[in-house]
Design a protein around this ligand. Structure first.
Ligand code: ATP
Length: 477
């Protein structure tokens, strides 16, 4: 059973984001396996319900595959962390998300769960004492692996890294807040942990806190339930540095935004550093209060772009080296040429290659890579993704990928965006509404307009036709 759990965890780690993996899968403990029934313990009811709804079918499939027989997976509360205890009763109407003036922003999917669980924000300090004691490295939630040393620099992120170093050297002084934005898996989280690590090393007593925006929302919910806003405020307002990740999750959550606004004002006034990440630039975050948007933009806002080829190669070589493996340049180039979207994808591919070569006892060569990444490469070859189209078109017209999702309309951005929409319709199976969604939540009629306009231009304008031809060839590889 232990072996199964290792295999299953390794697989899920590949499939999920690091945050998802460490929040949901890591805390699970396999208990026993008997007569085709596997029991897995979760640390609390909140996690149990969430894991059951989100991951049960995947874990069941992996278990059935492993034991080569249909397996029933049962999730139970971990008896060690849950001696029969009283759970506070659900609040009645008017509680979380009740639509009253007092409502608070439960994370959309968790509303029912959050009400009944003692500590939904299991990673968050939950009592006055915990808040008061939230000191030091452990409480800061800084990941010590994510440092400037392990961060590879290239054109795509050199500005962001320079700003990060500047802020790490002069927290609260140079740029406040510092705001990083960019697509998934491009190193935003890594970079803010790197700042945290450096400041922690320079000032060991500093009260630093890294928090994912979803967790902050849950902290607000918990504070609301326990009438603990004084502790909450005291904790967040007295930090020396707040690193808040993926702030787009605050969109539409007005109570969270209000609390964050107070924390923001208090910290900035006290010259305490705030660093924020988001998948898009401040003005583009949907459902965000204008006062917050203007404050986000009041320090320095820097983009992190998808890594270029040389940087992808450097990342692969460095990551392999840290695993004690030397990759040949040929192999690194091969992988980097085929996988272009983000660093997380590169890491996943490298893990697969290393596992494959260890398992088969063979040295890593291009043939081994082709075998190990068979599924990934065939998907890449067969399917052109909208993400890929956006990146290729942005590169071609020398604009930022983020402009593909942005609401900005200058012609030098609007036209490439229309071309990307046209290509998305031509080269993928996506519907107009799906494409609109992938271009920053635009309406399908906007996509339709773009598709028609570019199709028409193509017939009339040879230069446009040529551009599209080049782009199509590039995308088809
Ligand atoms: N420039 C880089 N050098 C080395 N590793 C990197 C770099 N950029 C990203 N990574 C690694 O890639 C993985 C994904 O990066 P990270 O989690 O920081 O992305 P992100 O931009 O925060 O994405 P998301 O918005 O999905 O959370 C991490 O393991 C990180 O260490």
């Amino acid at each position: 059973m232990e072996n199964f759990w290792q295999t299953c965890s390794a697989q899920l780690e590949l499939e999920l984001t690091p945050q998802q993996f460490s929040a949901w899968i890591k805390p699970l403990v396999p208990l026993d396996y008997e007569n085709g029934k596997l029991r897995i313990a979760a640390p609390n009811r909140f996690k149990l319900d969430w894991v059951k709804s989100q991951f049960a079918s995947r874990i069941t499939a992996l278990a059935s595959q492993y034991w080569e027989a249909p397996t029933e997976v049962q999730f139970v509360l971990d008896p060690r962390t849950n001696p029969a205890r009283k759970v506070s009763p659900p609040t009645v109407n008017g509680g979380i998300g009740g639509g009253t003036g007092n409502s608070v922003d439960a994370p959309a999917v968790h509303v029912a769960d959050v009400r009944t669980v003692e500590s939904p924000a299991s990673a968050a300090p939950s009592t006055a004492n915990d808040f008061a004691n939230a000191r030091g490295r452990e409480q800061s939630r800084i990941n010590t692996d994510l440092t400037f040393d392990s961060f590879v620099t290239g054109k795509a992120n050199q500005l962001a890294r320079a700003a990060a170093i500047q802020v790490a050297n002069n927290p609260g002084v140079s740029y406040n807040p510092l705001f990083f934005y960019g697509g998934v898996g491009l190193g935003k989280t890594h970079l803010i942990h790197a700042i945290g690590n450096q400041v922690m090393a320079d000032q060991p007593g500093a009260r630093i806190r890294y928090i994912h925006a979803e967790q902050y929302v849950r902290d607000v919910v918990t504070a609301y339930q326990r009438k603990g806003f004084d502790d909450f405020k005291h904790y967040y307002h007295s930090l020396d540095m707040l690193l808040i990740d993926d702030i787009q999750f605050f969109g539409g959550k007005s109570r969270t935004q209000e609390e964050f606004f107070y924390a923001f004002e208090a910290l900035i006034a006290a010259k305490k550093q705030i660093i924020i990440t988001s998948d898009t630039y401040p003005k583009e975050i949907t459902g965000m209060d204008d006062r917050l948007i203007s404050r986000f933009d009041s320090g320095l806002t820097v983009a992190i772009e998808p890594p270029e080829l040389e940087m992808r190669v450097a990342i692969l070589l460095k990551k392999a080296k840290s695993e004690g493996v030397t990759l040949s340049d040929d192999v690194a180039f091969f992988v980097a040429k085929h996988l272009r979207s983000n660093v997380r994808e590169l890491e996943g591919a490298l893990r697969k290659i290393l596992a494959y070569s260890r398992f088969h006892g063979k040295d890593i060569s291009i043939d081994i890579v082709k075998e190990a990444l068979k599924d990934l490469l065939s998907v890449q070859n067969r399917q052109i993704s909208v993400e890929n189209i956006q990146k290729t078109v942005a590169d071609f017209f020398n604009i930022k990928v983020a402009d593909m999702y942005s609401k900005r309309r200058p012609a030098n951005i609007a036209r490439p965006r229309q071309i990307a929409m046209y290509l998305a319709k031509e080269l993928t199976q996506k519907s107009l509404p799906e494409i609109g969604e992938l271009f920053g939540g635009r309406d399908h009629t906007t996509v339709l307009h773009a598709v028609r306009k570019i199709a028409q231009d193509r017939t009339k304008n040879p230069e446009c036709n040529h551009e599209l031809h080049v782009l199509e060839q590039t995308l088809k590889g």
